[in-house]
Design a protein around this ligand. Structure first.
Ligand SMILES: Nc1ncnc2c1ncn2[C@@H]1O[C@H](COP(=O)(O)OP(=O)(O)OP(=O)(O)O)[C@@H](O)[C@H]1O
Ligand SMILES: [Mg+2]
Length: 272
């Protein structure tokens, strides 16, 4: 039975290692020591091409957050390489790491992580300031992104005055405003009701399809995953399977995803 779902890990990815924006090569992550080792990642390899929108799914404890943390350079792999645009980010010095995160990555978290004392406008503007954008350019850039993502009404509000859905969409605007190579999203719809989750997923889909953003999203939710173009499944620290949307309708794609989720024993809810 497992054979019908499992694939050799080396095959994960439509991009070849050469053309990949992100290339994860035989990454292992071991936690603990002496007699108490956890192989959180056990030889993960995957390639992601520029312009893809990918979901990572898998049961609790399968290594999703650990993988995201290694890609975001919050954590370092025990073994293996992670290349972004051909550069091995596991070898970067701390100083280069800060620059890499600032210039190449955008982050979206489960709870928006906006700064409470700044308005929506100021939260987005801050990302540009940190990146070194010229002050005279900033208001225009923020307005443009707010318009594209439909969050203009949140620009003068503080996070406490926004709805949960508005906060997440402002966080999405903040993540993309600096035009990062890769946006990493950890359960971005995990704290939202189904309506706001759908609006957020449509926002991410628009960022991918209309603005060229490459997005890697960790999710427990097959419905959320059905907005992507490809789902990678982790199980026990290994890539267990992947499902491509291809020409499938979203409903058909959801059904395919659910088959693997059910096989792996995860939880999920129904489409639509
Ligand atoms: N800092 C740590 N120290 C020791 N073990 C860890 C640490 N972080 C993660 N682990 C272990 O590594 C494995 C993978 O954890 P990870 O957080 O990546 O799972 P996950 O897929 O994100 O799960 P969830 O869906 O519950 O968020 C688990 O067995 C976990 O207990
Ligand atoms: Mg996790």
């Amino acid at each position: 039975m497992a054979e019908t779902f499992a694939i050799p890990p080396q095959q994960a990815g439509v991009a070849s290692a050469n053309s990949a924006l992100l290339s994860v090569e035989h990454v292992e992550k071991v936690f603990g020591g002496r007699g108490n080792l956890t192989h959180a990642l056990d030889g993960v390899s995957l390639n992601i091409a520029q312009g893809e929108f990918i979901a990572i799914m898998g049961p609790s404890g399968s290594g999703k957050t650990t993988l995201l943390n290694c890609i975001s350079t919050i954590d370092r792999p025990s073994n293996g390489r992670i290349l972004v645009k051909g550069q091995d980010i596991t070898k970067l010095s701390n100083r280069s790491l800060a620059k890499f995160r600032r210039e190449e990555l955008g982050f979206i978290f489960q709870d928006s992580n906006l700064l409470d004392t700044l308005t929506g406008f100021e939260n987005i503007a801050l990302a540009l300031t940190i990146k070194g954008e010229r002050a005279s350019q900033i208001p225009e850039r923020v307005k443009e992104i707010a318009h594209k993502l439909g969050v203009e009404q949140s620009m003068n509000k503080y996070p406490s005055q926004m709805s949960g859905g508005q906060r997440q969409r402002v966080a999405a605007a903040r993540a993309i405003v600096c035009d990062p190579s890769l946006i990493l999203a950890d359960e971005p719809t995990g704290a939202l009701d189904s309506h706001n989750a759908t609006v957020m997923l449509e926002t991410l889909e628009g960022m991918n399809q209309n603005m060229g953003a490459t997005i890697l999203m960790v999710t427990h939710d097959a419905y959320a995953a059905s907005f992507t173009s490809r789902v990678l499944f982790l199980s026990d620290g290994r890539i267990f399977n992947e499902v491509h949307r291809g020409t499938l309708s979203r409903e058909e794609y959801f059904t395919r995803i659910m088959e693997v989720v059910t096989f792996l024993g995860g939880e999920a809810r129904h489409a639509g």
